[in-house]
Design a protein around this ligand. Structure first.
Ligand code: NCD
Length: 316
C-alpha cells in the first residue's frame, strides 16, 4: 500500500515517471477514460479549497471513476468530535482512494496509519502539499524540458506556505538547483526546509528585494501570505503586502523567466501581470488535473495497459 503524505514518499525517478504519464494523459486524454472505472475517490477536505478539490474530482471523473465527499468540515462528523482514525476506518469501506486536506500538520499521516486504501495528502496545515508540488514540477518541466540547473525564486510567506516546503523538497533533489528565498524576516522558511536544501548540497541565498534578484531567476514562485495560520491579525496586516509583483518589476527579468503561483492569489500579483508573457499560473492550475490523474492511477496500481507502459516504470 502506497500513500503520498510528503514528497519524500516519492523518489525523484518516480516523480519523473509521473510527469511522463501526466504529459501523456494531457496529450491523449481519451485513452484513459476507463482506467478507473467503478473505482471511487473520497475527498475529505477539512479546510477551504477550490483548485485542489475540483482538480482531484475532475481527475477521477475523467478516469471513469466516481467521487464522494462532504461540502465542508462543518458538514462532517468532525464537528461532533470524531477522530481522524475513526473517520478513515469508515470512509475506506466506501472508497478505493482518499484525498485529505486538514488544518492540523500530520493529520494525513495519522490517516495513513489506519488506512487500507491509499491516502493522499491534499495539504496539511502549514506543513506539506505534495500534489501541488507535482503540479508545479509538471509546469516547470513542460516549460524548460528539464528540472535541473534552474534558479528558483520563492517569494512571500515561506514560513507557513506549505506549497513552498514541498517544492523545496523536490527541487533540492535536482542537480544544480539554486534557490533565492525572498520573504520578510518574520516569514522566513523554517529551519527544516533550509536543512533540506543544505543536505542535498544545493545553494540558497536570502533576499529582501524582488527587484534585486529578478535578472537571475528562471522561475519566480509567488505565494499568498497565509492569513489563516497567523496568531494575530495585526501581524498579518503588517506583512501581507510586503511583496507585490507588477509589470514594471518584471522589466529586468530574463525573457524565459516564468511566474508561478499555486493560487489563490490575493494582492501579491497585480492582475496586469496576467497578460504578461511570463505568467504561467493558470497553465499551472491546468497541469493539476493531469498530474493528479497520473498519481491516482499509480497509487491504485492501474498502470498496466497504459500507453507505452509509462506507468510501468513507476514501481509504486
Ligand atoms: C495552496 C494551499 O492550499 O496551500 N492552494 C492550493 O492548493 N492551490 C496555496 C494557498 O492557499 O495559498
Amino acid at each position: 500500500m502506497r500513500h503520498l503524505i510528503t514528497p519524500h514518499d516519492l523518489a525523484l525517478s518516480e516523480i519523473q515517471a509521473l510527469l511522463r504519464l501526466g504529459d501523456d494523459i494531457m496529450e491523449h486524454p481519451g485513452d484513459y477514460g476507463d482506467s478507473a472505472r467503478r473505482l471511487k475517490l473520497a475527498t475529505l477536505f477539512y479546510e477551504p479549497s477550490t483548485r485542489t478539490r475540483l482538480s482531484f474530482e475532475a481527475a477521477m471523473l475523467e478516469l471513469g471513476g466516481s467521487v464522494l465527499g462532504f461540502a465542508s468540515q462543518d458538514a462532517s462528523s468532525a464537528v461532533k468530535g470524531e477522530s481522524v482514525a475513526d473517520t478513515i476506518r469508515m470512509v475506506q469501506c466506501y472508497a478505493d482512494i482518499i484525498a485529505m486536506r486538514h488544518p492540523k500538520e500530520g493529520a494525513p499521516y495519522v490517516a495513513a496509519q489506519h488506512a487500507n486504501v491509499p491516502i493522499i495528502n491534499a495539504g496539511d496545515g502549514g506543513h506539506n502539499h505534495p500534489t501541488q508540488t507535482l503540479t508545479d514540477v509538471m509546469t516547470i518541466h513542460r516549460e524548460f524540458g528539464r528540472l535541473e540547473g534552474l534558479t528558483i525564486g520563492l517569494c512571500g510567506d515561506l514560513k507557513f506556505g506549505r506549497t513552498v516546503h514541498s517544492l523545496v523538497n523536490v527541487m533540492s533533489r535536482c542537480a544544480g538547483t539554486r534557490f533565492i528565498l525572498i520573504s520578510p524576516k518574520d516569514l522566513r522558511a523554517p529551519d527544516y526546509v533550509l536543512d533540506e536544501i543544505r543536505r542535498n548540497g544545493r545553494a540558497y541565498e536570502e533576499s529582501r528585494s524582488m527587484e534585486a534578484v529578478m535578472p537571475e531567476l528562471d522561475v519566480l514562485y509567488m505565494t499568498r501570505v497565509q492569513r489563516e495560520r497567523f496568531f494575530n491579525e495585526a501581524d498579518y496586516v503588517r506583512l501581507k503586502d510586503t511583496f507585490i509583483l507588477d509589470v514594471p518589476k518584471l522589466e529586468s527579468a530574463k525573457a524565459s523567466m516564468i511566474v508561478m503561483h499555486p493560487l489563490p492569489r490575493v494582492n501579491e500579483i497585480s492582475v496586469t501581470v496576467d497578460s504578461s508573457l511570463h505568467a504561467r499560473y493558470f497553465e499551472q492550475a491546468r497541469c493539476g488535473k493531469y498530474i493528479r490523474m497520473a498519481l491516482i492511477l499509480a497509487l491504485l496500481g492501474k498502470e498496466s495497459g497504459i500507453r507505452e507502459q509509462e506507468a510501468g516504470k513507476l514501481c509504486i
